[in-house]
Ligand binder design. Sequence first.
Ligand code: ADP
Ligand code: GLC
Length: 490
Amino acid sequence: MKILFVASEGLPFSKTGGLADVVEALPKALVTMGHEVSVVLPRYRNTKASAVVLPSLTIPTGDGLRFPAVADGTAVAGVRYFFVDDPDYFDRDQLYSVQGKDYPDNAERFAEFSRAAVEIAKHVYPADVIHCHDWQSALVPVLLRTLYESDPVLRGVPVVFTIHNMGYHGLYPREALKRLGLPEKLFHMDAMEFYGKVNFLKGALVFADYLTTVSRKYAQEIQTPEYGHGLEGVIHQRAEHLFGILNGVDYSAWSPETDTFIAARYSPKDLSGKRVCKRDLLVQFGLPVDTLGIARPLIGIVSRFADQKGFDLIAQVANELLSEDLSIVALGAGEPKHEQLFRELAARFPGKIGVKIAYDNAVAHKIEAGSDMFLMPSRYEPCGLNQIYSLKYGTVPVVRATGGLDDTIEPFDPRTGYGTGFKFEAYSGQALLACLRQALSTFQNERAWRQIQANGMAKDFSWHASAAEYVRLYESARKARNQMAAGTSN
Ligand code: ADP
Ligand code: GLC
């Protein structure tokens, strides 16, 4: 099958979060299974292209035309890359926002990107199925099933849309439709209208052939008001076309046996390298490396700093938390209020918490390897990758039981020796604290701790099974769309 991925970020070219990991690893896995995959990404600053595929596409806007080029990113690991190249829109410092504020022209940027992706599917890479991700590519299904409805090339091409995060809608004033050259009929409650505004994500939820999200639990959660971000009704209506497919991870990038970012390699058979990594991590963060410092349980955090990630729980119980015998290392960047919280904690508890406000892949790897525990107290978490990476590094996850965190982490039971981590349910600082205290007390029992580490390191979350689920879905989407297209042409 020929599959075209459309996404706003993907490694090895661009990344702000887990979407980029998935957009790299899933196509690679599909290629290994014998499929042909291309990925369309924006050409951001620092994205190197090797040639021009098309010097200029013709992209309509409300009051004119724009002419992005299509650049060739060659093939990486058998996956072909195309970049939508419009320096005015994409050659910027950041991908979506600066200092926590979205770029004011994000609607225009990602409408152009989506329109260009549709043209690529038509002229450059005629795919059997198009797979889009999150709101930035949500206009692809909308365009295909409205303006391009009778296009003989695209009519039979199904779109699978993956929700990586229901919290980001692409929400704009009604006038945006006109500005983007989209038909006014889309301003309808059965299309893109959402409480008087235009909602890109809703467009995809309505028009895509199939919807997926990145864990089974999250597929259930987003049908409820607590997790649906106002779109639970729309999701619920499409429940028969919605599937939860758990993300895999790429162990060629995230394994302590081969990781070149960390101070020493190690494996389940011999964890001595992990101690070297812990020492190195403490040094990196300026925390004590004397005997007591080394012995103290070290808790790692690597995160986008966003409300989703639950750091207000840490704020609620900071004093009690940091009076425990533990150290914390935190790496993150994002919303200023969360950056501020961690800066303040570092100032108030020197020697106990080390903080880096940055995006730094090498340090992320060092934290996975050098920490004893990994903390993810998320308010919601569609899948979460870091806790899965942690398992492989023998770093025990302490997580809130939501979305993919709940699906991937099994609570440790000291009687049976079964389980891979520690989980709490209620979204409260006290629940977090109680759970962490349980983890800290288990940490004192060396045998039990070795058991949890071994259980986690033995888990296999590679992409194989999930990629096969996507293939099955692509196939049924193709079948259904072909039947529909045949029906409409009669
Ligand atoms: P999300 O996509 O919601 O941010 P995930 O857990 O799915 O959460 O994925 C986050 C990915 O981004 C992981 O690969 C993680 O290592 C990486 N990451 C997040 N914040 C940082 C950071 N400050 N520095 C380096 N890597 C980061
Ligand atoms: C999103 C989610 C995260 C998920 C990632 C990749 O950014 O917040 O939970 O792992 O996408 O699907």
